[in-house]
Design a protein around this ligand. Structure first.
Ligand SMILES: Cc1cc2nc3c(=O)[nH]c(=O)nc-3n(C[C@H](O)[C@H](O)[C@H](O)COP(=O)(O)OP(=O)(O)OC[C@H]3O[C@@H](n4cnc5c(N)ncnc54)[C@H](O)[C@@H]3O)c2cc1C
Length: 445
């Protein structure tokens, strides 16, 4: 029986496998999904995970619970040799092994793009994965606890200084949500004042949110500034050595929490470890019907979708435009990909991908948001409701929708859950210390 191998079970890969399970008969193909994570991450919910408005687990969709037929392999693909129709698979434990396939679907997504900035690797954190969003939240909550027992001064200011780098969607959403959490936390900390907080959003360009037009972008900056944030436009992030932030404008400050959201980079496996054709940015050259290759030179039995694929945008009037890397496209491309693979297996013709944008919607913190569809702009509470409404409908499976909704309802009744579980990073500490005070003193020294 032919084997369809899906590399990456994120947005595009999960939808491809899920829909293939529904479309193909059992005797038509075996479906294999390889991903080092056992779940698809619903990334648009990560800012709300960071703010504690969504339970971390609910932003992850278990592959094993929802893919009933596919064989799931908990591992990374380290290379794709399409000429031999083999991938190299690296499991968490044991030796790497080769696996053959008949059809490959490459949906390995992108990675957070970083630069060799001093101190960045040591002090910053990304916001693309659930564990990063959880760590951001725990770090802020932990900082509040620590700052609340300190007198006013440099250390207290450092703990309460938060820096987000990157004014794209994920950066602005994360910044807005974490600012909203911090402002709300002050109610529970009599020792701290709003003036003790210092929130910085750093963006190299002169505007934020390239997905919206100029005026709504300016409105977002104004609304963040009105909420007490400092938005540094046209500012490059030069250094984070020792947790001390230096900007190209000459501004400097110590920051306990530094979140890097300055763009996507190509997945190295796709960019460097495959014989499939890639463009100059390291994305797979993909046709409008989602087959890898170009119109002149299609690659048989290789398909791609999502953030790792460069796909013609047939809905755009701009010549040569490619679809932008977002969830709106990844989901629809995954669904079409399953239909196209099924069609070709059965001797049919694949269809071209075409999707007209539904607009953009972003949260800016509890009760605040922005939506734009062409010239229609909605800001504030209504846009935030639209954001929640859209995403609770968009997150796959009724099981996940229900869980997310129940947490929102319980937060509406009881307020935010403000427990920090930062100590999960040291699960054996209490056990090993056994409450001994000398060990705690040694750690503090
Ligand atoms: C904070 C944040 C907020 C966002 N908000 C929005 C939004 O509001 N609206 C919107 O449209 N888009 C949003 N996006 C973008 C959107 O989430 C992505 O465009 C989408 O996830 C891309 O889907 P994908 O399947 O290509 O990649 P992913 O969903 O990233 O999936 C890739 C998968 O491949 C796996 N993988 C990686 N390397 C390998 C390997 N070597 N071997 C095997 N598996 C591998 C990964 O573990 C992952 O599971 C947001 C992104 C972020 C980070």
């Amino acid at each position: 029986m032919r084997r369809i191998l899906v590399v990456g079970g994120g947005y595009a890969g999960f939808y491809t496998a899920w829909k293939l399970e529904k479309r193909l008969r059992r005797d038509e193909a075996e479906i294999v999904v390889i991903d080092p994570r056992g779940y698809m991450t619903y990334q648009p919910f990560l800012p709300e995970v960071a703010a504690g408005s969504i339970e971390a687990r609910h932003a992850a969709i278990s592959l094993r619970s929802h893919l009933k037929r596919a064989t799931l392999i908990h591992a990374s693909v380290t290379s794709i040799d399409h000429a031999a129709k083999q991938v190299t698979v690296l499991p968490r434990d044991g030796e790497p092994f080769s696996m053959g396939y008949d059809i490959i679907v490459v949906t390995a997504g992108a990675v957070t793009r970083t630069f060799p900035i001093p101190g960045l690797a040591e002090h910053a954190i990304g916001m693309k994965h659930v564990e990063e969003a959880v760590a951001i939240r725990d770090r802020l909550l932990d900082a509040f606890e620590r700052a609340s027992v300190l007198p006013p001064g440099a250390e207290r200011s450092r703990l309460l200084t938060v820096t987000f780098v990157g004014g794209g969607f994920s950066g602005v959403e994360g910044f807005g949500e974490v600012l909203s959490l911090a402002s709300a936390l002050l109610k529970s900390y009599q020792e701290l004042r709003f003036s003790d907080l210092s929130f910085h959003l750093v963006e190299a360009r002169n505007r934020i949110l390239p997905e919206v037009t100029d005026k709504p972008g300016e409105w977002v900056v104004r609304s963040l500034v009105e909420r007490g944030a400092q938005v540094h436009l046209g500012s490059q992030f030069l250094s984070a050595e020792g947790g001390h932030v230096v900007l190209s404008t000459g501004e400097e400050f110590d920051s306990h929490l530094i979140v890097w959201t300055a763009g996507n980079g190509a997945n190295p496996v796709v960019a460097k470890h495959t014989d499939l054709p890639v463009d100059e940015r390291g994305s797979l050259l993909t046709r409008a019907d989602l087959r890898v290759g170009t119109d002149e030179r299609p690659v048989t039995d290789a398909w791609a979708a999502g953030d790792d694929a460069s796909i013609p945008d047939l809905a755009s009037t701009v010549p040569g435009a490619r679809t932008v890397p977002n969830a709106q496209h990844a989901v629809r491309q995954g669904t079409l990909l399953a239909a196209n693979i099924t069609a070709t297996i059965r001797g049919g013709t694949p269809k071209d991908y075409i999707h007209h944008s539904l607009g953009v919607v972003a949260t800016l913190g509890l009760g605040k948001g922005i939506f734009q569809y062409r010239r229609i702009v909605v800001t504030g509470f209504l846009a935030w409701v639209m954001h929640r409404g859209y995403h609770v409908l968009a997150i796959p499976t009724w099981e996940r929708k229900t869980r997310v909704l129940l947490v929102w309802v319980s937060a509406f009744v009881f307020g935010r859950d403000i427990i920090s579980l930062a100590e999960v990073q040291h699960p054996r500490r209490a056990f090993v210390d056994g409450g001994r005070i000398d060990d705690a003193l040694q750690r503090a020294s």
